[in-house]
Design a protein around this ligand. Structure first.
Ligand code: ADP
Ligand code: MG
Length: 368
């Protein structure tokens, strides 16, 4: 067996923005933090993004389209892996495994499945490295949501023996982890993170996302619309819960518009929706935490970060950079950690978070 402690984590999330890759060394993990040796971000071409988005809906010849896109994704993953190896100047043989999330196109745990496109056999062939993927299915098979999976990593990495903390990941979907001394770790998907913000600006400004949150920050929040959005039943469903584009999408948003709103004001209202759905959940479930640390692409959205701080005046709001893990790489490192857990015969899920019947080994290994 390859004795290496180097693992590559590959994360491509619901934002459909691209692939985050991190090469991580777990050699000292029992004493200190895993160490990041290299990182790479590879955006998806717009066409790939559109084709992946289209697969979230029923459509013509989906099996063939999914199989073709899975292969294309494997090539993207392999190129991310090459970029990491070149950056760190190490060979594929020195890496123990790749932990690859795949690209979610359907997430329906209530019907017993979640579907991440990937071609792990092809990725193993292209990279020459063992590939571990399909992290979510086993948790669902054990009665869980299969999500969120990052809280176990957050708990391990962001030790919180002295303070009452929340780690908040604002990706396409926002999910949080609650860390408080003497309390079991908990967490859930709060609702939309960047997903609606991206969809709306793309439709009205032909941009993939609202850079620094400048456009949304220049609009005026519409209180009536915000109330209608916050009335979505998901927000009051008790945890364990997880969500995706199935619950929050452009058609749902449009069904709640009167048609007279200025697009920039809708964007401002969507920022408020992301913030309020998060802060309402925090206050309802956990009261007033001492600290909130944000990771994921949403940490770059200045109007979102400013509103979060406004809504939580008695909580210190910062990014995970402060804790030694840059906000952009938390999820990729988390999937390296999940692969490392499996290789060590350790579980990756937290039953209190996902609702599974117990802890489980997560992931399927595709050896070289
Ligand atoms: N500079 C930025 N300004 C504003 N938003 C940003 C910026 N960079 C990234 N984002 C947002 O973050 C998203 C990607 O976040 P990410 O954590 O990769 O989510 P996911 O895990 O869903 O892929 C982008 O789609 C965009 O909405
Ligand atoms: Mg992403």
């Amino acid at each position: 067996m390859n004795p290496s402690t180097l693992i590559i984590g590959l994360m491509s999330g619901t934002s459909l923005d691209g692939v985050d890759a991190a090469l991580v060394d777990f050699s000292a993990a029992s004493h200190s933090h895993p160490h990041i040796l290299a990182t790479a971000y590879r955006p998806y071409p717009m066409r790939l993004r559109d084709e992946l988005l289209a697969l979230h809906q029923p459509g013509h010849d989906e099996l063939h389209r999914a199989a073709m896109l899975s292969q294309e994704l494997a090539h993207h993953y392999a190129e991310s892996v090459s970029a990491l190896l070149a950056q760190a100047n190490i060979s594929a043989q020195q890496v123990r495994a790749i932990g690859c999330h795949g690209q979610t196109v359907r997430h329906v745990p209530q019907q017993g499945y979640t579907l991440q496109l990937n071609q792990p056999a092809l990725l193993a062939e292209l990279s020459g490295i063992d590939v571990i993927d399909d992290f979510r299915s086993r948790d669902i098979a054990a009665g869980g949501q299969g999500a969120p999976l990052v809280p176990a990593f957050h708990a391990d990495f962001f030790d919180s023996s002295h303070s009452h903390r929340i780690i908040l990941n604002i990706g396409g979907i926002a999910n949080l982890t609650h860390l408080q001394p003497g309390t079991p770790v908990s967490g859930f998907d709060c609702g939309p993170g960047n997903m609606l913000l991206d969809a709306w600006i793309q439709q009205h400004q032909q941009q993939a996302y609202d850079k620094e949150g400048a456009w949304g920050g220049s609009g005026t929040r519409l209180p009536d619309l915000l109330d209608r959005l916050l009335a979505h039943p998901y927000f009051v469903v008790p945890a364990p819960k997880s969500c995706g584009r199935e619950q929050f999408n452009l058609s749902w948003l449009k069904s709640l518009l009167r048609g007279t709103e200025a697009p920039v004001d809708v964007q401002a209202t969507l920022v408020a929706l992301t913030v309020r759905s998060i802060t309402d959940a925090i206050q309802r479930e956990y009261g007033v935490p001492d600290e909130l640390y944000v990771c994921g692409g949403g940490a770059h959205n200045k109007s979102l970060m400013a509103r979060l701080a406004d809504e939580l005046p008695d909580t210190r709001v910062a990014t995970t950079d402060t804790l030694g893990l840059p906000a952009d790489w938390v999820e990729a490192v988390a999937f390296a950690w999940l692969a490392w857990q499996l290789l060590q015969g350790k579980p990756g899920n937290l039953p209190e978070v996902t609702g599974a019947r117990g802890t489980r080994l997560l992931g399927a290994i595709h050896p070289v």
